[in-house]
Design a protein around this ligand. Structure first.
Ligand code: FEO
Length: 163
């Protein structure tokens, strides 16, 4: 049975993962309207992954005798300055999510909830990958130069097709 404090922080994370999904969906939609189809595809897939992260938390909370709450979500931004600043925002957001997961890990240790701690390890590993992906994309943008993003966008398109 989940302790109330742990249940609450899991519900907070359900909101954060769901917001991440909507944020990437908003970014994908913006990129698509600007003609960056590779970037849009990458972000649409990312939005699906984040929805999966939210669902995983919902199922876990309910399985452990808690009550998962589907929250209201803040409206994500509609406009983005550039592809580069968009991915800077992705990285910043993922760093925020990592800090949030780490805070949860801390709580499970102080509450001696080793089951939830074990469940969270999947997210700890996932965050390493998510931050590293965002950093790699920003490096690519620097490499191709922010004024000729066509090869970068094609590259992202291919990276999704290969999966
Ligand atoms: Fe589910 Fe990208 O954090």
């Amino acid at each position: 049975m989940l302790k109330k404090k742990v249940e609450d922080i899991c519900n907070r994370q359900i909101e954060r993962e769901g917001y991440s999904s909507n944020l990437y969906l908003a970014m994908a939609s913006w990129a698509e309207t600007k003609g960056f189809s590779g970037t849009a595809g990458w972000l649409y897939a990312q939005a699906d992954e984040e929805r999966g992260h939210m669902l995983k938390f919902i199922r876990f909370v309910n399985d452990r005798g808690g009550k998962a709450v589907v929250p209201e979500f803040k409206k994500p931004p509609v406009e983005f300055e550039s592809i580069q600043s968009l991915f800077e925002e992705v990285l910043k957001h993922e760093e925020f999510i990592t800090a949030s997961i780490n805070e949860m890990v801390d709580l499970t240790l102080s509450e001696k909830d080793y089951t939830t701690n074990n469940f969270l390890q999947w997210y700890v590993a996932e965050q390493i990958e998510e931050e590293s992906n965002a950093k790699a994309i920003l490096d690519k943008i620097t490499l191709v130069g922010k004024h000729n993003l066509y090869p970068f966008d094609r590259d992202l398109l291919r990276s999704r097709e290969e999966k």
